[in-house]
Design a protein around this ligand. Sequence first.
Ligand code: RB5
Length: 145
Amino acid sequence: MCKTIPIACDHAGFELKEFIKQHLTERGFEIKDMGTYSAESVDYPDMIHPLAKAIDNGEFAFGIIMCGTANGVSMVANKYQRVRCALCWNEDIAKLAKQHNNANIIALPARFVSPQEALKIFDAYYNAEFEGGRHQRRIEKIPVK
Ligand code: RB5
């Protein structure tokens, strides 16, 4: 599995994506930018399906997506059976998204978190560990049979 982090957004998330991409790249992360590439209005499913598909098929361990509220992008990502996308609007939610849900995509609401908050949210998720145990049993029950 590739260690690169894929990142995707719509126009509402474009500035935040650029900010996160720059900061994570400076910190040594490999980023795969899956669009959008400007602030021109687009439809978020067009960028999120390819990223979610790549997580679903095991190409990447986890990804970051964003739109204005993070609702639309989460809805798209969570259509995929092996995707567990968590809408993360603060550090505690992000930490628990890893500890309890082993989220493999975090969705950031670009119109409701500052760029600095978004980085802290990423760090909280990234530095947390999945706790397994009863949480493993629960996440195994998420996919539609
Ligand atoms: C775009 O205006 C906005 O609707 C979109 O970014 C997102 O919030 C949708 O869920």
